[in-house]
Design a protein around this ligand. Structure first.
Ligand SMILES: CC(C)(COP(=O)(O)OP(=O)(O)OC[C@H]1O[C@@H](n2cnc3c(N)ncnc32)[C@H](O)[C@@H]1OP(=O)(O)O)[C@@H](O)C(=O)NCCC(=O)NCCS
Length: 158
């Protein structure tokens, strides 16, 4: 059977959250574990859309919080499938905070998640080919491929 092809735009996903008191830490800023949860969820939605079925999180690259996100900020997460192998996919999640006073947005962090599509028995299952279209998508594909090679290298040299 021929393998289906999909574009990054077919699975691109976005979520928007308001930072409420239960989401914050003792400093009154967004709790790191909450943002990681939101990132995993939106990344999983994008991966599942590309795979056309269930996926599981295999790994998450290191995440650096470059600026705090405050209580009552609006948080926007944009996820896109950067690369698809045979059964795995890398999803990039770009996170911005929006100041509700003036709608000014700034980038806070980016995370790279690897997902594997699975069948009913939890075994890896083939995913469609990813065909990047724009220059940005092609650049993301290339960089994701390099990161994947580094991850595989790191896991075999342990
Ligand atoms: C994810 C899982 C199904 C993979 O099973 P597995 O038998 O190890 O799978 P494989 O060795 O065939 O690898 C599957 C894919 O992951 C890739 N992979 C494996 N190790 C990797 C690593 N360190 N970095 C990046 N990709 C990796 C493989 O290259 C392969 O991708 P490809 O088919 O696109 O080439 C299995 O490890 C699992 O069930 N893990 C638990 C998942 C989980 O509970 N997540 C949290 C909740 S969702």
């Amino acid at each position: 059977m021929t393998r289906k092809t999909k574009f990054p735009a077919d699975s691109a996903s976005e979520s928007t959250h308001l930072v409420l008191p239960p989401d914050s830490n003792v400093h009154g800023t967004l709790f790191g574990g909450r943002i990681m949860e939101w990132m995993d969820v939106i990344a999983g939605i994008a991966a599942g859309r590309h795979a056309g079925g269930p996926v599981v999180t295999l790994s998450v690259d290191s995440i650096r919080f470059s600026r705090p996100i405050n209580m009552a900020d609006v948080v926007i997460l944009k996820a896109s499938v950067n690369y698809a192998g045979t059964t795995s996919m890398e999803v990039g999640v770009y996170v911005e905070r929006e100041d509700p006073q003036n709608e000014h947005r700034e980038h806070c962090l980016t995370g790279y998640f690897t997902f594997v599509a699975v069948d009913a028995a939890g075994r890896p299952r083939q995913v469609p080919i990813l065909a990047p279209q724009t220059d940005k998508e092609k650049q993301r594909y290339q960089r994701a491929q390099e990161r994947r090679a580094q991850r595989l290298d790191a896991s075999t040299t342990k």
